[in-house]
Design a protein around this ligand. Structure first.
Ligand code: FES
Ligand SMILES: [Fe+2]
Length: 424
């Protein structure tokens, strides 16, 4: 449900419009280096993409189940707070004091009646409204706020919030369409396979800082080509190989994409093209093969799907692992990734244990994901140190059937949209 609030217009004004020296190459297959490295582009992205008509994923409702619960999150690079009020409604506001701009909430999560800024102790309600200012009337009739100081006008800057079956999204814009419309029918269907109305249960969160541009992560999950080559875990254990049944679907605007894959039934098939694949490791065994078990639980023919929702969410269903990865850009050359693993509140204890065990596939000690982080760093290193030129996304063509995996179609679609939003 979405609630109505009065929006303070976005005032992200740091970006410079002076990018006249940057011109997109004529060849539509070429992607210029500067979109990954230029500080001005990064700042314009904050304004035109994250501050524009998009829904920024911000968390799941299971992270703040009770009135007074709050978490820190981000919308683009802007730190925000999500808080549940006493009536149960979720609010989002900038984590920046209206007085002198201090980041007022310093704990990652907690439960509170109000937020008190540590600097001069202005305090704000769970809806972000200013409730109290110490020494408002000064001392002994001297100092203090002007008589016409308007408390209403000095709340924390609010964002619009929408909660969809347990997922929380925020936007700075009054014009972002409702989430179902924003996702489009097919993507909404994929989304609702996971967020299907069952109450979510938080299983854990971990964070990584990656040395690369945030868009490289969107690209990575729109790129099935690498998945069949880079990932030892996927290729060796037959979970994603070039011969598996796979489709890539996109919303009509081409901005959100779902990469779906069906694990072969019965014995896991080893890839017949394995001789071409360096990552295939014959004889590699798992100490606990239960991580490969798949418990059918979804109304879907696909055993895994990676949904890239523009601009900052990767929603992953890998067998029984459910996770939302939030992309937080922290500069042209760096971003943070927040992985939120969850299950459902009505899962059996056994299923919870299974999900937790399976979640070991990802994360700092995992079999998968770390490879992507390294690959992204290699790309960024190349972009930073090489002589400027364009990268290319030449595989496949834009009208091919959606069951081809050796293709860059989804990446090209994304940059078509990106150029439109960025006016490049
Ligand atoms: S900066 Fe927050 S109260 Fe002064
Ligand atoms: Fe990957």
């Amino acid at each position: 449900m979405e609630h109505t609030i009065t929006l303070h217009p976005p005032e992200i004004t740091k970006g410079s419009d002076d990018i006249a020296d940057l011109r997109w190459p004529d060849d539509p297959l070429e992607i210029p280096d500067w979109i990954y490295t230029d500080q001005r582009i990064y700042e314009l992205e904050q304004q035109r993409i994250f501050g524009g008509d998009v829904w920024n994923y911000a968390g799941i409702e299971a992270e703040l189940p009770n009135p007074g619960d709050y978490i820190r999150s981000h919308a683009g690079s802007v730190p925000i707070i999500l808080a549940r009020d006493k009536k149960g409604e979720v609010h989002a506001f900038e984590n920046r004091c209206a007085h002198r701009g201090a980041e007022l909430c310093r704990s990652q999560r907690g439960n509170a009646d109000s937020f008190v800024c540590p600097y001069h102790q202005w305090n704000y309600g769970l809806d972000g409204k200013l409730k109290g200012v110490p020494f408002k009337r000064g001392v002994q009739g001297k100092g203090g706020m002007p008589a016409d100081f308007d408390m209403q006008a000095h709340g924390l800057r609010s964002l619009r919030v929408t909660c969809h079956n347990g997922a929380i999204f925020v936007t700075f814009s009054a014009n972002t369409p409702p989430l179902p419309e924003y996702l489009g029918e097919e993507m909404l269907g994929e989304f609702n396979t996971i967020f299907n109305g069952r109450k979510l249960k938080l299983l854990g969160i971990h964070r990584n800082t990656l040395e690369g541009n945030w868009k490289l992560y969107q690209e990575n999950l729109k790129d099935p080509y690498h998945a069949t080559l880079l990932h030892t875990y996927l290729t060796t254990f037959g979970l994603f190989v070039a011969g598996n049944r796979t489709t890539i679907v996109a919303d009509p605007g081409g901005v959100h994409t779902a990469l779906r894959n069906a694990r072969p039934k019965g014995e896991l098939k080893l890839d017949e093209n394995k001789a071409q694949i360096n990552s295939f490791k014959e004889g590699m065994k798992l100490a606990d093969p239960r991580v490969l078990d798949f418990v059918p639980e979804f109304n879907s023919e696909w055993s895994s799907s990676a949904i890239t929702i523009w601009p900052n969410l990767i929603l992953l269903r890998q067998m029984n692992i459910l996770s939302a990865r939030q992309i937080v850009p922290t500069g042209p050359n760096q971003f943070m990734l927040i992985w939120t693993a969850f299950g459902y509140e009505d899962d059996t204890e056994e299923m919870t244990q299974h999900r937790l065990r399976q979640n070991n596939i990802f994360g700092p000690g995992g079999f998968l994901g770390i490879d992507d982080h390294e690959a992204i760093k290699f790309v960024q290193d190349g972009l930073d140190k090489g002589v400027p030129r364009g990268g290319v996304a030449p595989l496949g063509n834009d009208d091919e059937p959606n069951d081809t995996v050796i293709t860059d179609r989804a990446i090209r679609l994304m940059y078509k949209h990106y150029r439109k939003m960025m006016r490049l």
